[in-house]
Design a protein around this ligand. Structure first.
Ligand SMILES: [Fe+2]
Ligand SMILES: [Fe+2]
Length: 347
């Protein structure tokens, strides 16, 4: 056996340690593998540090990939499940204009789900796997969609507060470190801004309307305010993934920072509507330049996330049924694609 290692030609290693060429060959393989992983980590960290996006074919740490798959798929599921509370009001919208607007908005949410599932697929997970995780209850989606829409004012409150919170969360994601996610978010955010405005317009119309309409608007704000604050996730101290996500620039702001921004902006909008934010602890702090606000009911949040919210079972059942009833459409599309392929081959 040669006294020279095939990998690094480290003759000295063989001589110094008095080992065989084969053993040296093995050791050098280990060293060069470690070195190349270290080089890949360095390159990855360098890109993150210089705000260069990570692309699907780039090397990335397993944890980064896992965190992204979890976040993007949760986001996609939220868009799709989020269609249900509002879809419930399409047939009952108070005018043709409102119906057309709501229909367009709900359709946008389906599109958001599809961009996001596509972005998640670039990380090596299949669409079927993602749906399976949703239907089996393994994957989560935003807890807010487990609350019922009781009146038309709820459609206004959802657009104003829920889409408003989504914008707060999603605008920074246009600069997230994973390229396909960041690019999907650019279009999503443009549409979310239309969603927020249509909701605010409904609230404005109701709050300037009759006594009953004003009461409806206030009642919707009372029911949707706290769940909207919960949309930003648990407090930073109880959010184990936040620190890593911020370091990898997946998240640009922490849950608490985004929640504060949302409160600061939305309280001012509530004043224009002449509605009262249902928080007795809410007060402006001159020194910090921010609103101080009460603590959301985190026990309720945990309970809803655990599957025990008012509509969890109903939402999941509706999604499962839609999947099962759509099987023939997927089969027909596959059969059509196969026929076209064969026709092309035969031509
Ligand atoms: Fe959306
Ligand atoms: Fe939206």
């Amino acid at each position: 056996m040669s006294k020279w290692c095939f990998i690094s030609t480290r003759k000295s290693l063989i001589e110094k340690r008095n080992i065989t060429g084969a053993k040296c060959h093995y050791l050098c393989q280990q060293i060069s593998a470690t070195m190349s992983i270290q080089t890949q980590i360095d390159q990855f960290e360098q890109k993150i540090g210089s705000d260069i996006t990570i692309e699907p074919k780039d090397w990335m740490p397993d944890d980064y990939r896992k965190t992204l798959i979890r976040q993007i798929s949760q986001h996609a599921h939220s868009e799709i499940v989020g269609m249900l509370p509002e879809g419930n009001w399409i047939t009952r919208a108070p005018s043709l204009r409102r119906k057309a607007v709501l229909l367009a908005k709900v359709q946008d949410e389906a599109g958001h789900g599809l961009y996001l599932y596509s972005a998640a697929e670039t990380l090596g997970v299949s669409r079927d796997q993602l749906y399976d995780q949703l239907h089996s209850g393994v994957a989560k989606y935003s807890s807010i969609f487990n609350y019922p829409t009781l009146t038309w004012a709820d459609i206004g409150a959802i657009g104003w507060l829920v889409d408003g919170a989504a914008i707060m969360n999603q605008v920074p994601l246009c600069r997230t470190s994973y390229g396909p996610y960041a690019r999907a978010m650019v279009r999503v955010c443009k549409e979310e801004s239309f969603h927020q405005r249509q909701g605010y317009e409904i609230m404005l119309t109701l709050s300037k309307g009759s006594d009953i309409q004003r009461k409806m608007a206030q009642d919707a704000l009372n029911r949707w305010w706290w769940p909207s604050l919960m949309m930003f996730g648990p407090p930073d101290a109880e959010s184990p993934n936040t620190e890593k996500s911020v370091r990898w620039k997946i998240k640009r702001f922490t849950n608490d920072e985004l929640r504060q921004k949302f409160v600061d902006v939305t309280v001012e909008q509530a004043k224009i509507l002449g509605l009262t934010v249902p928080d007795k602890d809410l007060q402006w702090n001159e020194e910090t330049g921010h609103y101080e606000f009460g603590t959301p009911n985190w026990a309720e949040f945990k309970n809803v996330v655990a599957g025990n919210g008012p509509c969890n079972k109903q939402r999941l059942e509706t999604r499962k049924q839609a999947w099962e009833k759509g099987q023939w459409v997927r089969d027909a599309a596959m059969a059509h694609a196969e026929k076209r392929k064969n026709r092309k081959k035969a031509a």
